[in-house]
Structure formats: C-alpha cells, structure tokens
Design a protein around this ligand. Structure first.
Ligand SMILES: [Fe+2]
Length: 343
C-alpha cells in the first residue's frame, strides 16, 4: 500500500460503523488479523441485533402470515398482488410509452432499469397508484429490518444462454453482511427456463455453521480471486449451503402479478436462462446503515430527493463517469418494455 493511502485511514475507521462491505477497498474490513480476532463477526452480530430491534417496531404494519413466511424462509411471496385492472393498466402503459432508462451488462445478460421518478410518470395514474400504496413498502421495511424509502424502478432482464460469458448473478450469493430487501413484482409469468430467482430458504438466519463459514471467508476475502467476494458479496455453492444446514434452493417460478420480497443477506441467485429471455418487473430495493438505532431519518426521504432518486443517482453516476470513477450503468434512450438493449 502506498504511504499516501494512509490519509484515508480516518475514513476506513468511520466505515466500520456503516454498511461498507468491501474487503478489498477497506484495509480494516479486509484485515485477516482483525477478522481472525472477530471484526467481521462483530459487525454481522451487531447488525443482526439492531435489525431485529428495528424489525419489532416495524411489525405492526405487516400481516401475521407475511411475518411467519419471512421468519421461516427469508422471503415472502404474494400472488395476485395488485388488483387485476390496475396491473393490466400498468402493463399497457409500460408496453406503449417509453421511460428514461439506463443499462448495464454482466456476461451475456443486460439489465435495464427505467425511472419511476414522479416527474417521469406524470400523467400515468396507474404507476402513481402503485407507488402510493404502502403495502409493498411496509413489507420491504420489515424484511430489510429498517425504515426508509425504497428505490423503485422498472427492471428488464435480457439474457442470452451463453456459458462462455457467465453472469455473476447466476452464482448463489449474499449481497452483503446484513439484512437488505429486494422486491420483484413480475410483469410476466416466470417459468423454469426464464431465469427465475433462486433462494435458499432459511439462509437469512445466522446459524453457528453459517457464522463459522463467514468468519473463515472473511480472513481471506480481501485477496480472493473472485472480485465479488473481495467486494463483500460472498459466493457459495449449493452443496456448501446444504452442508451449513440450509434447505435446497427454491426457484421462484410464478405467474405475472406475483410479488416476491426477499432478504438478500440470504443466499440467492438469478438462474441462468435456458433460452433467450426478455423479462420485466417492478423492482425495488431498500438498504440502509445496518447499525442505526432508529427507523426514520432516511436521506432518501428528504424534500427534493423523495420520488426523484433515480434521476439524481444517474446524474451523480454521469458526473463520476467524467472522472473515470463512474458505476456500471450507461444512459440509453427512453425505452418500452419490449425494446432491445442499446449496449
Ligand atoms: Fe444479489
């Protein structure tokens, strides 16, 4: 490490109390010596304790059946989530009218996100009604174990079956070291060959075996050959997950208008597509600092940001790209659901 890098040392210390997860980018988080002494374990355990406390406060807004499903499996599936007329109207609108969009490529898969920011859906009351219904967001807050404003997009996954260009999302993994929520409201039926979401039921629970597995990996993650593991998104194979005491992965093959909300600290993947796939969903994410004692005070809920986050994120990404430090997303022309990718 260059001596000048040590100027960032105060930031490394502050990041220990945040959701920062990269073992490669932060020499404290990635320190084999500190992780042997239990640093990673301490972060996992404290994050879990804080999430459980916040979750108890959020439980009043969620049904008993959803709580039971989440507690057992780590995910909740709701069929026929939207009233059929509202669902059909949303589908029609997205088929006919383009939305500001951006795309990223992982292997042979292109993921497109389209903005559902309020200014972009003006005059589209069906989408506004979806965003105004708190049911989804309350459930996401409970699953994530935190309050706050989920970020919502239309997501389209366009995948070619090509084993020579692997998609890292096809490997079972946890997104980070603490509970976060992702939600998919499928706009089409999802069959076994359409690259469905795969989830290892119960893998959101930190068993003694799971903690020992994370501890061992934390000591060598910073130098791991797999960049996703080095970045803090641990990968696992099916056999190891079963050896840790978890059940076999479940593929979410579901009809259109099914909502799936999952805690992505649990092991999950996108199944590799067995045929060319072009699939869309209303997609939402919620992830916050895992050590917060409160459920409120979310930056995303601030005036000027609420309902405009996608646009702001893209602007920030574009700014960072100018300095060659931007993320993987590319601005593309406005798109309808069925439009082909531009990258
Ligand atoms: Fe993931």
């Amino acid at each position: 490490m260059k001596p000048i890098s040590y100027l960032a040392a105060p930031l490394w210390v502050l990041q220990l109390a945040s959701g920062a997860k990269s073992f490669r980018a932060n020499p404290l988080i990635g320190s084999a010596r500190l992780n042997r002494r239990g640093l990673h374990m301490a972060r996992v355990r404290l994050a879990r304790t804080m999430a459980e406390r916040r979750r108890q406060r959020l439980a009043a807004s969620v049904g008993a059946a959803e709580i039971a499903d989440y507690t057992r499996d780590g995910y909740v599936v709701c069929r026929d989530f939207l009233p059929p007329e509202l669902f059909a109207e949303i589908r029609r609108g997205l088929d006919a009218n383009p939305l500001p969009s951006w795309e990223r490529r992982e292997g042979a898969t292109v993921t497109r996100r389209a903005s559902l920011d309020r200014p972009d859906i003006k005059g589209r009351p069906a989408l506004a009604a979806f965003l105004d219904d708190n049911c989804l967001f309350d459930l996401m807050r409970y699953v994530a174990g935190c309050g706050g404003e989920p970020l919502v997009h239309v997501q389209t996954v366009i995948a070619e079956p090509d084993p020579s260009r692997p998609d890292p999302q096809n490997t079972l993994h946890m997104d980070t070291f603490h509970s976060t929520a992702k939600a998919w409201l499928y706009l089409q039926d999802v069959g076994p060959e359409d690259g469905p979401l795969l989830y290892v039921p119960g893998s959101h629970r930190m068993t003694a075996e799971r903690l020992a597995w994370e501890r061992e990996l934390s000591m060598r993650a910073a130098r791991h050959a797999d960049p996703e593991i080095a970045a803090g998104s641990f990968r696992i194979d099916r056999e190891t997950a079963v050896r840790l005491g978890y059940r076999e992965p479940v593929a979410m093959t579901v009809p259109a208008n099914t909502l799936v909300v999952a805690d992505t600290h649990g092991f999950h993947a996108r199944c590799a597509s067995a045929r060319p796939t072009h699939r869309s969903e209303l997609y939402a994410t919620l992830r916050r600092n895992p050590f917060l004692p409160v459920t409120g005070l979310h930056f995303h809920a601030m005036p000027g940001l609420r309902g405009r986050l996608s646009t702001r994120q893209v602007q920030l990404d574009g700014l960072l790209k100018r300095f060659d430090i931007g993320g993987p997303w590319h601005d593309v022309p406005p798109k309808r659901l069925a439009d082909p990718p531009s990258i």
